[in-house]
Design a protein around this ligand. Structure first.
Ligand SMILES: [Ca+2]
Ligand SMILES: [Ca+2]
Ligand SMILES: [Ca+2]
Ligand SMILES: [Ca+2]
Length: 339
């Protein structure tokens, strides 16, 4: 009987020790995750907004969920021969987008949807200083179905009306619900719908959360693009001029992500580098104002696709060959050696 008690107490102690070890390991993991997330303000996701509708297209609008993915290492992206053994497991923060088709798209027919991202460039692009646009995409076909995606790049004057387009000629914005002072006041963080969660008319899709889910072994952040509760003062007025700019006057590039046109290199990990000659653009405009090629202020990247897929943007760079200091890297991977 005493032996039995002794055995039980030893077993309990062992279980307790295992428990403590497990808690320590999981705490350590939490610490790693949150530590990596502290770098989030430097990532590129925060510079982007949902795209406004490209001018003169007739495609149904799909959905885009974009986030900085933290679960790729250098070895998943770059050729082994370019990596020292001590950097293979360095984290690479990537701008990864999940593209979902419009509910109006008809499965089984070729009926593409569109969705995308845009931003106002604090420093505009002068096309005379660009020789080509270099774009790197990590093809993830081992994990996700290979879907024919066309990528479009628009640069110039771009309509800012991305949230509930056409409903108002004023910018949708959170500022002004308390005081219009460009500061996030107590109750202003309710989303671009200006209606608090739970109140009648609240946009059910505007809630922010950085909760992570795992899909096929990869992390996703389905609510990270929400504007309600994200602790930021959101607005459609991307250039902060106090107006909802509605003009379209921009240059447009497009290319197939599975096409060889403009494909410069492809490495052993599926990293595809495209070089798009700068002068192949088309001009898109809804008035008589030509785009000012020396002063292109907005950048919109949008995709055309027939079914759910993912795009991993590694980099977009406007390259000036004569003067490298003029080159502009809008998207670039974030390297961290945090283990
Ligand atoms: Ca709007
Ligand atoms: Ca809301
Ligand atoms: Ca907000
Ligand atoms: Ca504006």
């Amino acid at each position: 009987m005493q032996n039995q008690v002794l055995k039980t107490s030893i077993a309990e102690k062992i279980l307790l020790i295992i428990g403590i070890v497990l808690i320590c390991v999981s705490c350590d993991h939490e610490k790693i995750t949150s530590h990596i997330f502290e770098t989030d303000p430097y990532t590129n996701r925060l510079n982007w907004n949902f795209a406004s509708k490209p001018y003169n297209i007739d495609l149904p609008k799909g959905n885009i969920n974009y986030f900085m993915s933290q679960d790729f290492n250098k070895i998943d992206v770059y050729d082994d021969s370019l990596l020292a053994s001590n950097e293979e497991n360095d984290k690479v923060g990537l701008l990864r987008s999940k593209l979902s088709p419009s509910p109006l798209a008809i499965p089984g027919f070729i009926n593409n949807s569109w969705s995308g991202l845009m931003q106002y460039l604090d420093e505009s692009i002068n096309l005379s200083e660009v020789d080509y646009i270099e774009c790197q995409i990590l093809e993830n076909a081992d994990v996700f179905p290979d879907v024919p995606v066309t990528m479009h790049i628009d640069i110039g004057c771009i309509n800012e009306d991305f949230y509930r387009p056409g409903e108002s000629t004023n910018a949708d914005m959170e500022d002004g619900l308390v005081i219009q002072d460009s500061i996030l006041d107590g109750e202003e963080d309710v989303g671009l719908d200006r209606i608090e969660n739970g109140q009648p008319g609240d946009d059910p899709d505007d809630d922010y959360s950085n909760d992570k889910i795992m899909v096929n072994g990869f992390e996703e952040y389905p609510e990270i693009n929400g504007t309600e509760g994200n602790n930021r003062l959101d607005t459609e007025d991307l250039n902060y001029n106090g107006m909802l700019d509605l003009n379209n006057s921009y240059i447009h590039y497009s290319f197939g992500l599975d096409s060889d046109e403009y494909l410069h290199t492809i490495n052993t990990k599926g990293l595809r580098t495209y070089r798009i000659p700068v002068d192949i653009y088309e001009i898109v405009m809804d008035s008589n104002f030509n785009p000012d090629l020396q002063n292109l202020e907005y950048l919109r990247i949008w995709f055309e696709y027939p079914e759910e897929t993912y795009v991993i943007l590694i980099s977009i760079k406007f390259v000036d060959l004569e003067n490298e200091s003029n080159s502009r890297e809008i998207i670039k991977p974030l390297i961290s050696d945090l283990e």
